[in-house]
Design a protein around this ligand. Structure first.
Ligand code: SF4
Length: 463
């Protein structure tokens, strides 16, 4: 059975904390709007002080969290979530935050990541007669916490929760927000695959997947929650705590290459600057005699990369393709048919930029090749003379078990194919990928996960 077929993978966004100036719900909504790129299938908010109330729905944040509903949500504490499901499991029960009442007290959880032990733990619970209302890992985590701690949520300590997470989900990728009576806690796993940021603001204390979510707040300080760290937020302040000495840091390079906003600073690097450097490195890896008339990005994450490529090559940068921002991102769509249709709706070519030109098209990555194939077809239809496809990530040749929706190996366009075979398949004049060695010049130090660029299946299971 493939990895994908027995698991729900997620690449989601979380935002939560404490608001000093009244209800937190509007702050959470604003934060989630800035994290919308991390998930567009559903959104939810859970707020209150002692009694927690949840609003969650399918769709984009503005639709799912309608102001007329949110205005009834009171309370200074709260957490929120934008969701992306990868396996067609977009049932309403899976929308987060997930709230339960235990011993008369409410507790809720929002999760970004994927915990590989969740399946086994779920089966163990089911064997003793426990029932699950959703198929998400998040419900397994919450149930495991309740079974381990067996006391009112108001009595749970940061250390007890962290120990339970590490005892049970230590092989997973998680950034978790936990909302307990009059407290919010956040935890980042020891590998640190996903980012987690904290902001101390005049308005309150907030935690989010990316610091772009804090834009617009009166920020005093932004701190990255490091792997094996967490934070406890009360109305009196906050405390960042380290819960494990394990040091196996393994940050997902795709957070920098693709997922995160260009405006974000995560893993101690600015995302836009990283993309510029990747574009420069990509050009440096070209053959000496390569030339083109125009460098065009595949928006949005290809933008910085194409600017870097253009600056290094002196090939003029042009937009070439206008992105229809009302469409959802194609990779962040769970069904293949929906993806193909989306590509055609999502990009509108500018013929005058393309006609008669040797185009070099810069994208962040090639996964299935669906987007590239459709875009290249558009460029030919607009009269391009040559179309050279370039990817700032190396060939993706393996799946991911840490929450990113990379398909089975056989679906990956680069799996066991030469550049020439890939070019033929997507209809390009040529195709090139950033070499792995060049990637390591941008992502320096031994703290990065690059496992999906390696074919050896064993490597992907051993962080
Ligand atoms: S395997 Fe690839 S997508 Fe998954 S965490 Fe590692 S770098 Fe990211």
């Amino acid at each position: 059975m493939s990895i994908k077929n027995d698991k729900i993978n997620e690449e989601c966004g979380i935002f939560g904390g404490f608001c000093k100036q009244g209800n937190i719900a509007p702050y959470i909504k604003c934060g989630l709007l800035k994290l919308q790129h991390r998930g567009q299938e559903a959104a939810g908010v859970c707020c209150g002080d002692n009694k927690q109330n949840v609003v969650k729905n399918s769709g984009l944040v503005n639709f799912a969290l309608d102001n007329s509903v949110l205005k009834n949500l009171e309370g200074n504490f709260g957490i929120g979530h934008v969701r992306y499901s990868t396996f067609g499991d977009d049932r309403k029960e899976n929308i987060q935050p997930l709230k339960v009442t235990y011993m008369g007290e409410d507790v809720s959880l929002a999760h970004n990541g994927n915990v590989s032990q969740a399946k086994n733990i779920r089966e163990k619970f089911e064997r003793i007669g426990e029932v699950f209302l959703s198929s998400s890992d998040s419900e397994v985590i919450l149930k495991r916490l309740i079974f381990s701690l067996k006391k009112k949520p108001s009595l749970w300590t940061f250390e007890e929760v962290a120990k339970c997470l590490e005892d049970n989900f230590s092989l997973g990728a998680y950034c978790i927000l936990l909302y307990l009576p009059n407290r919010v806690m956040a935890f980042r796993d020891t590998f640190g695959y996903r980012p987690l940021m904290f902001a101390n603001c005049s308005e309150g204390y907030f935690v989010a997947s990316e610091d772009v979510a804090f834009y617009g707040l009166d920020v005093n300080e932004i701190i990255e929650i490091m792997p094996a760290q967490g934070i406890e937020i009360t109305k009196d302040g906050y405390e960042i705590k380290t819960f494990s000495k394990d040091n196996n840091i393994c940050q997902c390079v795709f957070e920098q290459i693709y997922f995160s906003s260009s405006a974000s600073n995560i893993f101690s690097q600015n995302v836009y600057n990283t993309r510029i450097k990747l574009g420069e490195m990509l050009f440096k890896s070209e053959d000496n005699n390569f030339s083109a008339d125009v460098a065009i990005p595949v928006m949005d994450s290809g933008l910085g990369c194409a600017i870097g490529y253009s600056q290094a090559s002196k090939i003029p940068f042009h937009l070439g393709l206008v992105r229809n921002n009302w469409m959802e991102r194609s990779f962040i769509q769970p069904k293949q048919e929906k993806r193909s249709l989306n590509v055609k709706q999502k990009f509108i070519p500018i013929k005058s930029v393309i006609q008669g030109k040797r185009v070099v098209l810069i994208d962040d990555s090639l996964v299935r090749g669906t987007t590239s194939k459709e875009i290249i077809k558009m460029l030919w239809q607009c009269g391009a003379k040559e179309v050279h496809m370039r990817s700032v990530s190396p060939k993706i040749v393996n799946t991911c078990i840490w929450g990113v929706d990379i398909p089975t190996k056989e679906e990956l366009i680069s799996y066991k194919k030469t550049d020439e075979q890939i070019a033929k398949q997507i209809g390009a004049t040529s195709v090139k990928f950033l070499p792995q060695e060049a990637l390591l010049d941008v992502f320096t130090g031994n703290v990065w996960c690059t496992k999906c660029f390696k074919e050896d299946e064993n490597e992907i299971f051993l962080p």
